[in-house]
Design a protein around this ligand. Structure first.
Ligand SMILES: [Zn+2]
Length: 132
């Protein structure tokens, strides 16, 4: 059951051996919170017809070796998005777009804090904060 905590694996005791169960829980909760509709801007596809996937938008699974401890921490609500199958198959989604979506939803501080909390190196670097 949902406890009101952010959907971050370590807060729920998710570990490598139950990562599949965690992903299923995360997917269900995100679909419940955001609705079963594609989060890609401008997408008109009907997810009821084409189906939907959970997508790692900022830090991608294929960039993290499964030998890296705690690699499954990428499966958090800050990094995961609901996409229709058609958009998910399309490789042309810039990660900066997902980052902006996450910032809009959770705030820049929260998303950057999560990125900095990851115990492994990753490709994405958030843009410099605008202090002006
Ligand atoms: Zn779509």
């Amino acid at each position: 059951m949902r406890s009101g905590l952010p959907l971050v694996p370590k807060l729920y005791g998710a570990e490598e051996e139950n990562v599949t169960i965690w992903r299923r829980f995360l997917r269900r909760e995100l679909v419940h919170d955001r609705g079963p509709k594609c989060e890609r801007a401008g997408c008109q596809n009907d997810t009821k017809k084409v189906g939907f996937h959970i997508h790692e938008g900022i830090v991608k699974k294929n960039e993290i070796s499964e030998s890296v401890p705690n690699w499954w921490e990428i499966f958090s609500e800050y990094n995961c998005f609901i996409l229709c199958v058609s958009c998910h198959m399309n490789k042309g989604l810039p990660r900066s777009e997902f980052y902006e979506m996450a910032v809009e939803r959770y705030s820049e501080g929260t998303v950057n804090e999560w990125l900095e909390s990851l115990p492994f190196k990753h490709v994405f670097q958030p843009p410099e904060e605008d202090n002006g």
